[in-house]
Design a protein around this ligand. Structure first.
Ligand code: SF4
Length: 399
């Protein structure tokens, strides 16, 4: 897989993910790989990332990239001169014409407290055309519970700064189900994001991941989690409220105006191919999946071929690929294409086809799934219990 350019190795990958691991501090609920930025390793990181991009670029040599996404961590913490170098490498090594012509998408995740006019100017000049802003909440008390560093006013300023720098495509991340958050406060969060003119919203239910400071506090009884019924009400409010504002739910946690869906994330959810660079970044090419080592020190270690060590690598395997397709596909408004799903399942286990039909029939009889235009699509009620339906679908593959 790591022999780009060799016979049979794909050269037509259209998406690229870069992971910037630095954060100002570790937020209590976060389980992404990130480390507190001490500025002294940013340069070494970018040099290493550039070498990795040199190694990856042959995988995309047959056509332009359609999507680039820089996530983290907090990419907006990276020094402006380093951004300049990184963007220069991307332009030199990859064909970004489709993005420049507005037929693709180049997103950078930013935190409101770390964007500056100069940074935004460099990003825009370097080809970035979409900002994903980590607002999380417009209530100071909930930002404090989440251990975020910004205050509500900072979000509006950062969005305005982005518009002033020429960004028209703006997405805002919000979190609901924060302890003590009321339905009215959540509605107010949605309205605040809409008033900023955002065309894309990601609304995540707060989850308590193993090993986070927030989960430890919960386990010590320092606060009570949100009531599950309230979380369901918040979710339903989100779908209806945003639909009334013209933002359609196109994935279980993502809403957009028509045509403004996050194309990069759609590439993940549709199980397309993407390259990935940076510590803990995961890629998917030619059915292979790999995940880079997470620790920055390990990532920085020199390797002769330009690639970092991998923490995990999986060879193509049809049943696993189908599970992944189910996991992400059923969470999309477009659902799963029935005929191609069954054909694919038949190709590795004909006996699973009837079991899969039965799982779909069970969800349909329960009023959770519709068959529309040859696709299995979860409806509003089904989305609330998407995990259990997906598990049923996956179990059908197990016999
Ligand atoms: S800024 Fe984002 S990535 Fe960094 S610790 Fe907070 S939630 Fe995690």
């Amino acid at each position: 897989m790591r022999t780009a350019g060799a016979e049979g190795v794909p050269r037509n990958v259209r998406s690229l993910y870069l992971h910037v691991p630095f954060c100002s501090h570790k937020c209590h609920y976060c389980d992404f790989y990130s480390l507190v930025d001490t500025q002294d390793r940013q340069e070494a990181f970018v040099e290493r990332l550039i070498r990795e991009l040199h190694g990856l670029s042959p995988f995309a040599q047959d056509g332009p990239l359609r999507t680039v996404f820089v996530g983290g961590g907090t990419p907006s913490l990276l020094r402006v001169d380093l951004w300049d170098r990184l963007l220069g490498t991307l332009r030199d090594r990859f064909d970004l014409t489709e993005i420049a012509q507005g037929r693709g998408e180049f997103t950078v995740e930013c935190n409101p407290e770390s964007v500056t006019p100069r940074l935004l100017e460099v990003l825009r000049a370097g080809g970035v055309d979409r900002i994903s802003m980590g607002a999380q909440s417009f209530h100071a008390a909930h930002l404090k519970t989440l251990d975020r560093l910004h205050n509500p006013a900072t979000v509006g300023r950062a969005i305005q700064m982005s518009r002033d720098a020429g960004f028209e495509r703006l997405s805002v991340d919000l979190i609901f189900g924060v302890p003590e958050q009321t339905i009215d406060e959540w509605r107010n969060d949605l309205d605040s994001a809409l008033e900023l003119g955002t065309e894309h919203l990601s609304c995540y239910n707060l989850t308590y991941e193993q090993g986070t400071a927030m989960t430890a506090r919960l386990n010590r009884g320092e606060f009570a989690p949100a009531d599950e019924d309230v979380e369901v009400d918040m979710y339903e409010l989100t779908v209806d409220h945003l639909a009334a504002a013209g933002l359609r739910r196109y994935e279980i946690s993502n809403y957009s105006k028509p045509g403004r869906e996050a194309q990069h994330n759609l590439a993940y959810w549709r199980q397309e191919q993407w390259l990935a660079a940076g510590p803990s970044a995961s890629g998917h090419v030619g059915g292979w999946r790999w995940k880079n080592v997470a620790r920055l020190d390990d990532y920085l270690r020199a390797s002769p071929d330009g690639f970092p060590d991998v923490a995990d690598c999986e060879a193509p395997e049809p049943a696993r690929a189908m599970r992944e397709r189910m996991w992400t596909g059923l969470r999309l408004w477009e659902g799963l294409d029935v005929a191609s799903t069954l054909d694919c399942v038949r190709s590795f286990d004909a006996s699973a086809v009837e079991r899969l039909r039965a799982a779909a029939g069970k969800a349909r009889d329960a009023g959770l799934l519709d068959e529309l235009n040859g696709r299995w699509v979860l409806n509003k009620r089904g989305m609330l219990v998407a995990d259990s339906i997906v598990v049923d679908f996956m179990s059908a593959l197990d016999g």
